[in-house]
Design a protein around this ligand. Structure first.
Ligand code: DGJ
Length: 722
């Protein structure tokens, strides 16, 4: 290809000048190696025309003795070493005590992985036998780049890695003073949208409890006056379910960078001679189609390239979960009664939550001993499962495999299997301790127990919970590995999930950590769905789900209709509103159905039937929020089939304070010239052009009053042949 040939999608390179361009449908990312072997960032933003558009990669000049050329260079993977003082991604100590890195470009490699073009740039330290490979996978259709890094010790003494981030992303320097959007919260209040200006300095987002966490989510967006539908947005998500950090910083040129990966707090990875280690993937993209454009791209990428196959191609079932109905008091007769009602409503999966195993009458005992409680289930789980299956549902079970209660046979037999320091107390939270999944023997035990359950019983679904953070992270038998537990634990969780899936190919897994504490792209390589939050109040859920939906697609967002509304006595929320909020994701029911009256059960069955009819749109369609970002009083969410032939809109009014009529909401991404048939509840079907629906919109049929909601379906009419 000559330097002026128009760039075509894929990975393009100019070997003579050592430049590479990742060309995507609407975006481009370019990098290059200087003659000295430094890999520099050259461009991330809209498409470029030709390779000739890129200037030669070169180190600039010193600005001052304090801001040298090396410090100012926009390096793709800056290390801790030399005159560099900005964000860095890699820090290592060599056996001779040298704590300084000097990476040089070696060679490139272009290939394909999972159907995505892949560029790998191999670098090596100028003196020490450390190889560092920068990996870029490109989802051309969705303007997304997946970065990772692999390190390899090619020498014969260990190298100690003290930080290894997955990527440093440089935003275009033309993109000054962006706004940072993050998802923050706490237990019962996850993924709430926060917006703040980027100012000089560093904003640190992190999770350092051994899991993804609820205080922040490893997702970001940076925009410059973008709306839901227009404006440039950089967005990204780290695929990791352990300690993590994202550092949003300004560099010495006032440009914004985002550096992130496994958190380096208390972290050290001894890289043995010959050993290699690959950092988690960091996914990021660029769009000029606003937040809906970013959301659509990320959701499509996750559905196509992250979620486990083959389950990602099948609808997520409507589930019933026992937790809020029966808490720890699950027993055969009660669950059978709930199962009858759940099946009558149309549930497809019946999940028995916490409380089913020996000694589990409260949260003070039982974790670790995964056998059915002989009092609650005198004949084991089989009679219940038989009936559930006879009712046409699959059976699912709650487990918390990483945990143990001191009051358990497992802990009495293996007190050394938990993280601990011999001289410190073992801090309990919810009366439980964390099993050391960095240990091979503990992993093997957990796998054997879960595999045994899945082999004994026809269980199609596990809800995998984790209800406390790691503390006192000691591993007395392996002092050398003690600071690597932060990555080994997560690797253990992933490995056990994968092994179970391999042995039981029909298994689905729901990731849960006291609600949405494990909502990230890392777990979604191994789990099919996520329990979004323990807070099932519909109003709170709408907020939590709005944030969640910026990062993760509807099919993984599990939402139950419950009796919960905590203020229900004072503030009745209609069943329709509760269903509609839950129907924005994968629908579940968690209320005590034995207390629902005939009218409620009949209405619920109608909503479940409607959900099943629109499920392909919700779970696999493109989601667009038609109302402004951030808890608008009136909310409208559109799901459109990827083919564009049909769609559905959910409308909500939170509070009706002034009796105002609802403003029209404008639909998105329709074909202007096509006509669409609208099914608006209690109205005659009507037909409008795509142009009109996008220009004038529709008035949502929201009943008067607070907590009003509606579902409007539409379908494109076949083009007439004349
Ligand atoms: C926390 C989860 O988020 C809940 O849904 C439930 O499974 C409980 N744990 C059970 O202990």
């Amino acid at each position: 290809m000559s330097a002026t040939t128009p760039l075509t999608p894929g990975i393009q390179r100019d070997p003579a000048r050592q430049v590479w361009v990742l060309v995507m449908a609407h975006a481009a990312y370019a990098l290059g190696a200087t003659p000295e072997g430094l890999v520099l960032h050259l461009h991330w933003g809209a498409r470029l025309g030709a390779l000739a558009d890129l200037s030669d990669p070169a180190l600039g000049r010193d600005h001052s003795s304090m801001d040298t050329a090396l410090h100012l260079a926009r390096e793709e993977y800056p290390v801790y070493g030399g005159l560099r003082y900005g964000e860095f991604a890699l820090k290592a100590t060599f056996a001779d005590g040298t704590r300084d890195l000097d990476l040089r470009y070696d060679k490139d490699e272009i290939g394909e992985e999972d159907g995505l073009p892949t560029l790998t740039l191999h670098l090596h330290d100028a003196v020490y036998p450390l190889r560092v490979s920068l990996i870029y996978r490109v989802d051309v259709a969705h303007d997304i780049i997946v970065r990772s890094v692999r390190i390899e010790n090619q020498g014969n003494v260990a190298i100690h890695i003290e930080r290894i981030f997955s990527a440093v992303w440089h935003l275009s320097r033309s993109y000054m003073a962006p706004t940072l959007t993050t998802l923050a919260g706490r237990w019962g209040a996850e993924t709430q949208i926060q917006r703040q200006p980027v100012v000089a300095g560093i904003t640190v987002l992190e999770g350092r409890r051994g899991l993804t966490g609820q205080t922040a989510n490893p997702w970001f967006a940076l925009d410059s006056a973008a709306t839901q539908d227009a404006g440039a947005v950089y967005f990204g998500a780290l695929a990791w379910s352990g300690n993590w950090t994202l550092r949003v910083a300004t560099d010495s040129t006032s440009a914004t960078v985002v550096a992130g990966g496994v958190h380096d707090v208390d972290f050290a990875l001894p890289l043995a001679p010959g050993a290699a280690w690959q950092a988690p993937e960091f996914v990021a993209g660029y769009t000029e189609d606003g937040f809906n454009g970013a959301r659509r791209r990320l959701h499509r990428f996750i559905r196509a390239h992250v979620l486990p196959a083959p389950q990602r191609a099948t609808p997520r079932p409507v589930l019933y979960n026992s937790w809020e109905a029966t808490w720890f008091f699950v027993e055969e007769a009660g669950q059978l009664a709930l199962a009858e009602r759940a099946a009558a409503l149309g549930a497809e999966l019946f999940v028995v939550d916490d409380g089913w195993f020996a000694g589990r009458n409260h949260d003070r005992a039982g974790l670790g001993d995964w056998t059915p409680d002989p009092v609650k289930f005198p004949h084991g789980l089989q009679p219940l499962i038989d009936r559930v299956q006879a009712l046409g549902m699959d059976f699912g079970l709650w487990v918390e495999p990483e945990m143990v209660n001191p009051a358990s046979n497992l802990y009495r037999a293996h007190p050394d299997w938990v993280y601990h320091f011999p001289t410190r107390p073992r801090s309990e939270s919810r009366h439980q301790l964390v099993l050391n999944l960095a240990r091979d023997d503990v992993r093997a035990h957990v796998l054997a127990v879960l595999d045994g359950l899945l082999t004994t019983y026809p269980i199609r679904f596990l809800k995998w919970d984790m209800n406390r953070p790691i503390s006192e992270p000691g591993w007395p038998d392996e002092p050398d590995q003690a600071r690597a537990i932060w990555v080994r634990h997560v690797a253990g969780v992933y490995a056990i999930m994968d092994a179970l899936r391999l042995r039981h190919p029909d298994l689905s897994i729901e990731a849960c950590a006291s609600g949405g504490g494990r909502a990230d792209l890392g777990i979604l390589r191994h789990a099919d769905q996520i329990w979004t939050s323990d807070n099932t109040h519909p109003e709170a859920r709408l907020r939590i789900q709005e944030g969640f939906a910026l990062a993760l697609p509807a099919r993984v967002m599990v939402a139950w209709v419950t009796d919960t509304p905590m203020d229900r006595g004072r503030n009745e929320i209609p069943l329709a509103f509760r269903f509609h909020v839950a129907m924005l994701g994968t629908l579940g029911i968690g209320g005590n159905l034995l207390a629902w009256d005939a009218a409620e059960l009949a209405e619920a069955a109608r909503w479940v039937a409607l959900y099943k009819a629109i499920r392909p749109l919700v779970q696999d369609g493109d989601q667009a929020w038609l109302t402004p970002l951030g808890n608008a009083n009136i909310v409208a969410v559109q799901y459109l089939a990827p083919t564009g032939v049909a769609g559905v809109i959910f409308g909500f009014r939170r509070a009706d304070l002034f009796g105002d009529s609802s403003p029209p909401v404008r639909l998105r991404d329709l074909e202007p010239a096509a006509t669409y048939r609208l099914s608006i509840p209690d109205e005659e079907p009507c037909v409008r052009t795509g142009a009109a629906l996008m220009a004038q919109g529709i008035t949502l049929p929201l009943p008067a009053g607070s907590y009003a909601s509606c579902v409007v379906r539409f379908a494109r009419e076949a083009a007439s042949s004349g």
